[in-house]
Design a protein around this ligand. Structure first.
Ligand SMILES: C[S@@+](CC[C@H](N)C(=O)[O-])C[C@H]1O[C@@H](n2cnc3c(N)ncnc32)[C@H](O)[C@@H]1O
Length: 465
């Protein structure tokens, strides 16, 4: 195990005192990392998993202590998400209600976004944004597996996003990039690049990110700010700054067993900082975490920002996107008709657009997204090819929400592994044409059965293992 940086040790000795700091340092050194996972209630059969559900996480729905692997069918089918138990709490205090407009501003790899999308239950909008293009791709994969219908994924800077979504969101989650002290136990390498200068650099970046978020929140909207660090400069002091500079109000959040309070004395002595949450290693919940819930003031106090002028909507205002014509609808219907669609997709002929033969059901009008780097807007149904329609992978994951009949269940671990690898599988079935493919009752891909009873593989090349 790497050595704790000296400057870190003396800083926390002075903040916590001799006794408490020793408990903290010992907890970093003890390899007591606790792993957890969440089950996806959007999916059919989500509780039929091969994991033990004996150790529920007290403050989270459908969440348990335990380990999952990226090859498990539960993971591949988006039935489970592996997440540090402490990191589950920020999305919970956002208290998302179906129908809300929600922004996850620093979203990759998607731990919070998957939870937020689940709480929306198909109603409202989640914009999941990630500034790094590499990480945005992973975010997309994770959200695609999750099978939500109402997510927009963007790969943008907060500044650029703020020009398009002025006073738009009911809730914003900022799970900020930070100095990562709360990861010291799980990832000791994080100690290597720690320094007090780095803490301050992170603080400056956090303030920049929040200044943009403030433009995007509705008057009276709520913002969750979280980090996985213990540094007061990035935690309580940021919340104090938000209160002073933007007139936000700290809201109470429930402190479950094993959750400690924020420390007013490490910021400006505002007693309300006690409402914020600190999860110390020694608290025994999981890794390190800070979380706060704050509320924006009403319009007058929040200030006015230049609203982007709305252009008149013609078609979908994305110059390429067109409504489907009758023939295209028929081609799609021939494939889609066999499946049990979630409510949000039932009216697809009225809602879908065709952009360069990609057929999708947008959740945010394309005109608003123009100029942004958008990885996904709603659900991509599939691709129109010459005289046929090929359903897309995202649709398979979305259809996993419902019980389906047009399904081929793989009969062995070997067939499952070979399918994940991209092979064609010999099967026994009376079905023909496009089918959903499942293993152990979890749908995870499309396939196509030909007259020769071979199951052609439609698991995306980029995901094959
Ligand atoms: C703590 S991670 C987010 C984890 C994620 N919320 C989850 O639960 O899976 C912070 C993210 O902020 C992103 N980030 C870094 N600099 C940023 C900036 N200036 N503005 C917005 N996001 C930034 C990082 O790429 C990283 O993905």
């Amino acid at each position: 195990m790497s050595q704790l940086p000296e400057e870190f040790v003396s800083k926390y000795q002075s903040l916590l005192g001799e006794k408490e700091s020793q408990i903290f340092f010992n907890a970093i050194k003890n390899d007591n990392t606790k792993k957890g996972f969440r089950l996806n209630s959007l999916k059919n059969n989500f509780q039929q998993v091969s994991y033990s559900l004996d150790k529920p996480i007290s403050f989270a729905d459908n969440a348990y202590y335990g380990i999952v692997s990226g090859r498990d069918i539960e993971w591949v089918s988006g039935t489970v998400y592996s997440q540090d138990p402490s990191a589950m709490y920020p999305a919970i205090i956002a208290d998302i209600q179906p129908g809300e407009r929600v922004l996850d501003l620093c979203a990759a790899p998607g731990g919070k976004s998957t939870a937020l999308a689940e709480k929306l239950a198909g109603e409202g909008i989640l914009v999941a944004n990630e500034i790094s293009s590499v990480r945005a791709k992973i975010l997309r994969e994770n959200l695609e597996r999750w099978g939500a219908t109402n997510v927009v994924i963007t790969n943008e800077s907060p500044e650029k996003l703020a020009t398009k979504f002025v006073n738009y969101f009911d809730k914003i989650v900022i799970d900020a990039p930070c100095s990562g002290e709360g990861m010291f136990r799980k990832d000791p390498d994080a100690m290597e690049y720690w320094s007090q200068d780095y803490v301050i650099k992170c603080q400056i970046r956090q303030k920049e990110i929040i200044s943009q978020a403030v433009k995007m929140i509705k008057p009276g909207g709520k913002l969750v700010y979280s980090t996985c660090t213990y540094a007061p400069e990035e935690d309580e002091q940021i919340v104090s700054w938000l209160v002073d500079k933007y007139n936000f109000r700290i809201l109470p959040v429930k402190h479950y067993q094993g959750m400690s309070s924020g420390r007013p004395e490490w910021a400006d002595n505002n007693e309300q900082l006690k409402e914020t949450i600190r999860l110390w290693f020694q608290d025994g919940v999981g890794e390190g975490q800070f979380a706060a819930l704050v509320q924006a003031p009403d319009t007058a106090e929040l200030g006015t920002f230049n609203k982007s002028k709305k252009k008149k909507r013609k078609n979908n205002s994305n110059t390429n996107a067109q409504r489907l014509d009758k023939k295209q609808q028929q081609l799609i219907d021939k494939v889609i008709d066999k499946f049990n669609l979630p409510t949000q997709l039932v009216d697809w002929p009225k809602l879908a657009f065709n952009s360069n033969n990609h057929v999708y059901l947008p959740v945010v009008e394309d005109s608003r997204l123009q100029g942004l780097h958008v990885l996904n807007n709603g659900v991509e149904l599939g691709i129109l090819k010459k005289n046929r329609f090929e359903p897309g992978h995202q649709l398979a994951e979305v259809l996993g929400q419902n019980h389906q009949k047009q399904v081929v269940e793989l009969q062995s671990e070997d067939s499952y592994q070979r399918f994940l690898h991209g092979e064609t599988i010999s099967i026994t079935t009376d079905l023909i044409g496009f089918v959903l493919v499942s293993y152990q009752g979890h749908i995870f891909s499309f396939g196509k059965v030909g007259g020769d009873k071979m199951l052609k593989n439609f698991y995306p090349k980029g995901l094959r293992k």
